[in-house]
Design a binder for this molecule. Structure first.
Ligand SMILES: [Zn+2]
Ligand SMILES: [Zn+2]
Length: 273
């Protein structure tokens, strides 16, 4: 290599941010970035998120985003292994492209939300707490974490300390103001279960709207969520404010937002208990 070429490469490596080197795909709808060996985050331009996990035998797509043309082909450009498509829950921003895939997996308690999506002609499979998807050298475990929706699940990769949480604990802010509503106690119980998993070795929570946080959430996040949820539940929450965004059709009529140590809960006061 000539000295001049060497200098150019050196300069490029200084000027370009570190994550550019791991970005593996980009188009008008989304970018795909490698996070770890066999793990990619798919970030859509409207800030929804999918994850691709590749094991030695099979692969998994977690959630299907909003509108992303040719999502199946794009995922195939990352992994050609047989693919499980698993939905953390059935909100449109996590299940928007299920039509590209012949089989989907989700928790039965979210079936009531299926009718709000475009009609799905493929095969639906139900998962339950404790189910394990065997990807070969990676085992991905289902944990039921209801509250954001009745059928919200997280997906656990114990060997790598990873959790893929969808909206179960939010992405900085969890939304509990949505039909069909869960009690605050249901959310507190899910926080307790999540904290237990973190005490057992899960260290990184990859949330369902990664572009807002750009890093995994940690145990402090879950502990703060639990504290805040308990204060809402027992009526001691400090300074809740009206929440400005009304969600058409499924949002409660008078949503409030409360914040503690950088985490927020949006809730419908009449549905706490
Ligand atoms: Zn959601
Ligand atoms: Zn979402």
């Amino acid at each position: 290599m000539k000295p001049k070429q060497h200098l150019i490469i050196l300069l490029l490596s200084i000027v370009l941010p570190a994550n550019v080197s791991s970005q593996v795909f980009s188009n008008a709808d989304l970018t795909i970035t490698k996070l770890e060996e066999g793990l990619w985050v798919v970030e859509t331009t409207d800030k929804t998120t999918m994850y691709i996990i590749e094991g030695s035998e099979k692969a998994m797509l977690i959630d299907t985003g909003t509108k992303c043309d040719n999502l199946d082909e794009i995922v195939r450009s990352i992994t050609k292994k047989p693919l499980y498509v698993v939905l953390t829950h059935l909100h449109f921003d996590h299940a928007g492209n299920i039509g590209f895939f012949p089989d989907i997996y989700f928790h039965a308690a979210d079936t009531l939300l299926l009718s709000r999506l475009k009609p799905y002609k493929g095969t639906t499979h139900f998962v339950k707490d404790g189910d394990i998807f065997d990807l070969g050298d990676k085992k991905i475990e289902v944990k039921h974490m209801p509250a954001h929706t009745p059928g919200s699940i997280v997906l656990i990769d114990r060997a790598n300390g990873n959790c893929f949480s969808g909206d179960a604990f939010g992405s900085g802010q969890v939304w509990l103001q949505l039909w069909p509503f869960s009690t605050m106690e249901t959310y507190i119980e899910s926080c307790r279960k999540m904290e237990q998993l973190m005490n057992e070795g899960i260290s990184k929570i990859y949330c369902g709207h990664y572009p807002y946080v750009k890093k995994p959430l940690d145990i402090r996040y879950i502990k703060n969520m639990q504290l805040l949820a308990e204060s809402i539940n027992n009526g001691t929450v400090p300074d809740p404010q009206p929440f400005s965004i009304r969600i058409p059709d499924i949002g409660g009529p008078n949503p409030m937002i409360a914040t503690l140590n950088g985490v927020s809960i949006v809730y419908e006061p009449s549905k706490i208990k």
